[in-house]
Design a binder for this molecule. Structure first.
Ligand code: F6R
Length: 608
């Protein structure tokens, strides 16, 4: 994910910027660049690939040391990794900036600026905000920032240089994090504490719509109207390892908390005038219209994301969807051929069975769409159509944010396919897309509101030898993922069953005190799930129910209830997965396991 740094002070600015960027490498990036003031000019240098490429280029071109500047590592979202698309971006005569996050309405803004005669050199949303800020700048940075922020939507952090205000950095954030570090006369900006911890542990946390002005020996904060703000100086008490986890105890918890941003980055760039648009991934309404059936092929968590995709696509687009485990699919002479769409979902893009399933499908004449997180991976390279998920690097072995963005893509695809097939009209497509666009903020709320109760729930589970997850429809698809998450990191045996299937054998496993986790978020299936819960409860099960907050639940139904707000029902997996992830996480912590590196598991499974 993109990283921002900035420095004002007596030291060699270029060196500080590159060193700070190197501390953000763990976030993942595909290009880097810096911009520094020198003798009233702003010098910009950028290079695709590793930071070393940037350093070599700086040396070859004798790049100035600079007195103040900004730097950036880019994880491509809008436009491919390239020198041109890398940051910093130049907005015109005055503005040069770096950006983390997403400008959701960049296409509309670009059209407007083009109509005003501004020309664009890159494919990025960042250049749009740089050009807009430059357009709005009339000598007062705060006014220009205020005006610009009134026009942009999305979640972002910006580090800005104005050419006529040398050796000063302006920074502003809305959504994406940004800190302002301080040490004596030196000032810093950074997306994350690790970037500056080598230089200082003292920092301010920039809040939503606050502007920081960093000059040598002075750091001031204002709101968008220019009113001064007093801020509390914080001191990081982390070592480097903790700093890289953003202060969280484990990568898994950090990644759970990164889900809102990951969804935003995955969805927002693909919405145009309110409609989903996967055209940049070579997916057009024209080629979706003729699809006869869909196969979703993947492993583990990615396969569970495919299950959600199946329910969404079949419900909305009325196209038959088969979900296959890749290791089965590749060897079972699948009935796949021309006119079929095979979707391969993979975080790593290197899973051996998924990659082989892709090759089998292509050989049989099907079109293959990769839904992949790791840029440039084998599945990404070999797919006919490619939708990158923008979760950023996922370090914990147990997948959380990658799953979340995989299901977000499944929803986008189901909306677009349904529209292409004439199953929903433009109004409905826009309504569903708006609901999806609203999910990041909702997910953030749910992480906060279910954290403590999920911790409590985990305490009731950790001594269990075995437990069951049950649900129906979308809740069944979701419970499969909840069950996998729990078993892989807590080592408690668990199985997931379609709630209606219990009576066909599995219910004989229920003994006194056995935990059952039930998920009920779909109103048409709610009563049926409750009946199934009563059946297990009557046989002694201890029930944890995760359900929508609009449902009435009798006192005797569950031993513990975790409520999540109700939204568009088909999107409820994005809400209800959060407490399931947290329950698994806390169960692992409470059992003293190595949460991020569970035994016997690898992050990328490149053997069959
Ligand atoms: C579980 C998990 C795995 C992966 C599976 C596929 O938390 O992460 O089940 O989902 O190994 O990996 P990718 O998505 O890299 O193909």
């Amino acid at each position: 994910m993109c990283g921002i740094v900035g420095y004002v002070g007596k030291n060699d600015c270029s060196e500080v910027l590159v060193s700070a960027l190197s501390r953000l490498e763990y976030r993942g990036y595909d290009s880097a660049g810096i911009a520094v003031f020198e003798n009233g000019n702003i010098n910009v240098i950028k290079a695709e690939g590793r930071l070393k490429n940037l350093e070599n280029k700086m040396e070859n071109e004798n790049f100035p040391k600079g007195s103040a500047g900004i730097g950036h590592t880019r994880w491509a979202t809008h436009g491919k990794p390239s020198d041109i698309n890398s940051h910093p971006h130049i907005g015109g005569e005055y503005v040069t900036l770096v950006h983390n996050g997403i400008i959701e309405n960049y296409r509309e803004l670009k059209e407007k600026l083009e109509a005003q005669g501004r020309e664009f050199y890159s494919e990025t949303d960042t250049e749009v905000v740089a050009k807009l800020l430059d357009f709005n700048y009339e000598g007062d940075p705060i006014k220009a920032i205020e005006k610009t922020l009134a026009e942009v939507t999305g979640s972002f952090a910006l580090g800005i240089l104005f050419k006529d205000i040398p050796n000063v950095i302006y920074a502003v954030r809305r959504g994406s994090p940004l800190i302002v570090g301080v040490k004596d006369e030196e000032g810093f900006i950074a997306s994350d504490v690790p970037a500056i911890i080598k230089y200082t542990k003292d920092y301010y946390l920039l809040e939503h719509d606050e502007i920081a002005k960093i000059a040598e020996g002075s750091i001031t904060f204002t709101d968008l109207k220019g009113n001064p703000i007093d801020k509390e100086l914080k001191t990081a008490d982390w070592d480097m390892d903790a700093a890289e986890k953003g202060g969280y105890e484990h990568y898994m918890l950090k990644e759970i908390n990164e889900q809102p941003d990951a969804v935003r980055k995955t969805v927002a760039p693909r919405v145009f005038h309110g409609m989903p648009s996967l055209e940049e991934c070579s997916i057009t309404l024209e080629n979706l219209k003729d699809i006869k059936q869909v196969f979703i092929v993947a492993c583990g968590t990615a396969m569970h994301a495919g299950m959600v995709g199946k329910y969404a696509i079949e419900k909305l687009a009325r196209v038959p969807v088969n979900v296959d485990i890749a290791s089965e699919f590749r060897y079972r002479s699948p009935l796949v051929g021309e006119g079929d769409l095979v979707i391969i979902i993979s975080q790593s893009g290197e899973t051996a069975d998924s990659l082989e399933a892709l090759r089998v499908s292509k050989a049989l004449g099907a079109k293959v769409m990769g839904v992949v997180n790791a840029k440039g991976s084998s599945i990404a390279r070999e797919s006919d159509m490619l939708v990158y998920t923008h979760a950023g690097p996922e370090i914990a072995v147990a997948s959380t944010k990658a799953y979340m963005v995989q299901i977000a893509v499944m929803y986008m695809l189901s909306f677009e396919l349904a529209f292409a097939k004439g199953r929903i009209d433009e109004g409905e497509c826009k309504r569903l897309t708006a609901e999806l666009m609203a999910m990041p903020e909702r997910i953030a709320e749910i992480i906060k509101s279910t954290d403590e109760i999920s911790h409590e729930a985990a305490k009731c589970l950790i001594d269990a030898e075995s437990l069951l997850y049950i649900g129906r429809g979308f809740d069944y698809a979701l419970s499969m993922e909840g069950s996998l998450k729990l078993k892989e990191i807590s080592y408690i045996h668990s199985e997931c069953y379609a709630a209606g299937e219990l009576k066909h054998g599995t219910i004989s496993l229920i003994t006194d005190g056995m935990p059952v986790i039930a998920v009920a978020t779909q109103s048409d299936l709610f009563d049926k799930t409750i009946s199934n819960i009563k059946e297990v409860k009557a046989r002694g099960a201890k029930v944890l129910l995760i359900c929508g907050d609009g449902f009435e639940v009798g006192e005797d139904v569950a031993d513990m209830v975790i409520r999540v707000p109700m939204y568009e029902e088909m999107l409820m997996p994005m809400a209800a997965i959060v407490p399931l992830q947290l329950v698994a996480y806390y169960s692992s912590v409470l059992r003293g396991n190595d949460v991020d590196k569970p035994r016997n598991l690898a992050k990328s499974v490149t053997v069959e």
